[in-house]
Design a binder for this molecule. Sequence first.
Ligand code: GLY
Length: 424
Amino acid sequence: MKVCVIGSGGREHAIAWKFSKSSNVEKVFCVPGNGGTASIGENINIPLKPPFVDLIKFIKENKIDIVFVGPEKPIIDGITDYLEPEGIKIVAPTSNGGMIEGSKVFAKLFMKKYGIPTAEFEVFEDFDSAKAFFEKHTDWVIKVNGLAAGKGVIVPSSYEEGIKFLEDVFINDKFGDSGDKVVIEKRISGFEISVFVITDGEDVKLLSVAQDHKRAFDDDKGPNTGGMGSYAPVPFVKEDLIKDIMKKIIYPTVDGLAKEGIGYKGIIYAGLMVDDKLNPYVLEFNCRLGDPEAQVVLPLIKTDFFELSQATAEKLLKKINIEIFEKFATVVVLASQGYPEKYEVGKEIKGDLSEKEDSIVFHAGTTIKDGKLLTNGGRVLGVVGIGNSLQESISKAYKRIEGIEFEGMFYRRDIGKKALERLL
Ligand code: GLY
C-alpha cells in the first residue's frame, strides 16, 4: 500500500514514521516533508492550495491508497472536499468539520447547542460592544475567531492589555479576516490536558491524553510557542475522568457533528481544562493531531496505523480494536535560538539521530543540503524517550539530547516536571 502524508513538521515526520512501521505499507510520500521524512520515504513538492489539482493528479498517478493530513490549514482550505469526490481516501475532516478549529465562534455555538461543557461566553463583532463587555469582565479571556498561529488568544493581565488586544483586532486589523469576531469567555482554572481521538463520524477511538508545554522557557516563562515538549499518557488522569470526558465531551461532539450533517473522518483534539472538582471543560477543539503531541501519541499506538487510517477513511472504524502500549513517551523540542521570534537557519546538526529501542528523534525544521543536515525552522528536532514510567521516559529523552548539537540550540529542561511533582 502507498500512503501520502501532508505537512512538513515534527508531527508529519511522526505520522510518516508510524505508517512506515505498518507491514501493509510499501511506500510513504510526504508533501512537502522535511529532512526526516526524506529518510523514510520520498518528499514531493506540490503546492497545497485549493483546488489541489496537482496533488490530485499526483495521488492518482501514483495509485496512493491513503492520504493523511497533518496541519489544519489544508483541512480548513477544503483538501478533503476536493479529494474525496475524486475517489481518494483521506483521513481529515471536510472544511466544515475543520470549523471546530477554524472558527472559535462556530465551536462555542456548537458546544452550547449540544450541551458540551465549556466556559460561559459572549460573541462580539465590533470594538465598542466588545470593549463595553470587557470593561465589566476584565478577568475574562479574549479569543479571535479565526486561525492566528497561536497568537489569537489573550488571558489579559490588566484592563489596558485587554483593551489593546481588542484595538489590535478591530481597529488595527492585526488579525485580518481571522479577527472578524471575538469570543470573550469566562476564565476557568485547573489543569490543562489534550485529548486525542480518531473518528469516522460514527465510531470513535481514544488514542491518548497528553500535556503540552507551550511557553518557551522553563517554569512556563517566556512567550507562547507551538509547543516545547509533551508527554503521554497523563498519569494523574484516571479511568473515571477519561470516561467522563468521553461521555460529556467526545461522544456528544461526534454525535453533534453528525447531526449538523458534517462528514467528520479524522482526528479530534480537544484541549480541556479540568477544574478542582475534576469537571472537564473544552477550551478549544482542533481538527488535527497536535505538534509536538503527535510525537508522543503515535509511538504509543500498538494497532496497525495503516489499518486504523483505512478504517477511518472507509467509515469502518467499528471493526478496529484499538490497542495502546502500556508505556509512557516524552518529547523535548530542540529549538533555534530566538524562537518563537526571529531565529537563524542553516546551522549544521550533529549527532546520532537514528532510531533506538527507547528513543526516536523526529525532525521538524530540518533540511538536507549538499549531504548535510541543516536547521530550517524554529522547532528543529523532537527528541522522544519511551519508558515504563513517566520518569523513565523523561530521563531517556534528556539522555538522548546529550549527543545532539547545533549552533544556538535551546530546549526546556523541565518537560513533565510538574506532572512528576503532582504524583508525589
Ligand atoms: N501543541 C499545540 C498544538 O499543536 O496546537
